[in-house]
Design a protein around this ligand. Structure first.
Ligand code: NAD
Ligand code: AKB
Length: 319
């Protein structure tokens, strides 16, 4: 990876991935892009407006910066996609197709994240295997399975170096989440610090896989740097760190904020989506093919999240 383009770079993952890539490689060699315009809260550095559904825009930025690796993050997340299924198809599939076409012509490697949303109600729910039934019932899930297949197709048919992971719900304090079913696990921290109470939109016993952002960033970079001769899979690897319910997360937060109170007002759309996803996924393929290992569990993630988010919110109040 010498010259890198990140699409959807102002989102929850991109905000931290761009910083990590700039720390690891030449800062000027990492171009952030989005259809939103950066504010002074976003990190400085090369930025281009790129709508990933516009082939010409993707092509031009890849040529201009002589890009050899694309981290393609632009997408609509599960809850937003369920509200706008046509746009979700156009962005998630149309955007990926344009990125893969440019990668084929310009010989770029592509990282494309899939999700636990690529599974559905007929998938084994516990310890979901790497290779298993994938019949999702959401538009988000349909685009994630189709995206995994399209990336594998471009690898086998054209030799494009495509790689991806199936991220669980991601928890972070830098950028807010973009409209997913697992967003409660981020919102809860903001409300716990600001108001010592949170109203959760999922039922108390909804178990889902979750991961802290530093592990998610490590997964993306480690996979793209992995020795290709070891990879039996490509699109996309199960990666896991922790799985818990809203009730368990609330109890963990109460260890630090004893007055914290959790209430429930269940959103049927997001509950249905969550109920169609696994409780826990098996990431042994990622562990054996590229040495994946997470650093954070529920306890260490909660401690770090509360500490860093409190610092951030205090600083923002002072500004
Ligand atoms: P996000 O919603 O926070 O950010 C997506 C970014 O894409 C936004 O900044 C948005 O402006 C941009 N975007 C939207 N349409 C675009 C277009 N047409 N062209 C260019 N940019 C566009 O999403 P995220 O959480 O950072 O997720 C990134 C990727 O990771 C997605 O593919 C998502 O499905 C996947 N993923 C995320 C999670 C998670 O918990 N965050 C979990 C599993 C998988
Ligand atoms: C969402 O809830 O849509 C995402 C995901 C797990 O893909 N966080």
């Amino acid at each position: 990876m010498k010259r890198i383009l990140v699409t959807g770079a102002l989102g929850q993952i991109g905000a931290e991935l761009v910083l990590a890539l700039r720390e690891r490689y030449e800062p000027d060699a990492v171009v952030a892009s989005d259809i939103r315009i950066p504010t002074d809260r976003d990190p400085p550095g090369p930025f281009e407006y790129v709508d990933c559904t516009e082939l010409r825009q993707v092509k031009e930025v890849v040529r201009k910066y002589d890009v050899d690796t694309i981290f393609h993050l632009a997408a609509l997340l599960s809850a937003v996609a369920e509200g706008k299924p046509r746009v979700a198809w156009e962005v998630n599939m149309g955007g990926l197709y344009k990125v893969l076409e440019v990668a084929r012509e310009s010989h770029c490697a592509v990282f494309h994240p899939s999700s636990i949303g690529a599974f559905g109600p007929s998938t084994p729910r516990m310890s979901t295997p790497q290779d298993t039934i994938q019949r999702p019932t959401t538009m988000y899930g349909v685009t994630k399975v189709a995206g995994e297949l399209l990336c594998d197709y471009y690898y086998h048919r054209f030799g494009v170096d495509t790689r991806g992971v199936r991220y669980p719900g991601l928890i972070s304090y830098v950028a807010p989440p973009g409209g997913g079913t697992t967003d409660y696990a981020v919102e809860i921290f903001y409300d716990a610090i600001r108001n010592q109470r949170y109203t959760c939109f999922l039922k108390s016993d909804t178990c889902l896989d979750m991961m802290y952002m530093p592990d998610a960033i490590k997964a993306a970079i480690d996979l793209m740097e992995a020795d290709p001769s070891r990879l039996e899979h490509r699109n996309a690897f199960n990666v896991a760190a922790a799985n818990f319910t809203p009730d368990a997360l609330a109890k963990e937060i109460q260890k630090h904020i004893p007055d914290f109170q959790m209430e429930y007002d269940v959103d049927p759309v997001r509950q249905d989506i969550a109920d169609s996803w696994p409780d826990s996924i098996d990431d042994s393929a990622a562990r054996s093919e590229w040495d994946w290992a997470p650093s954070y569990d529920l306890e260490s993630m909660t401690r770090d999240m509360l500490e860093n988010l409190a610092k951030k919110l205090k600083k923002e109040k002072r500004l």
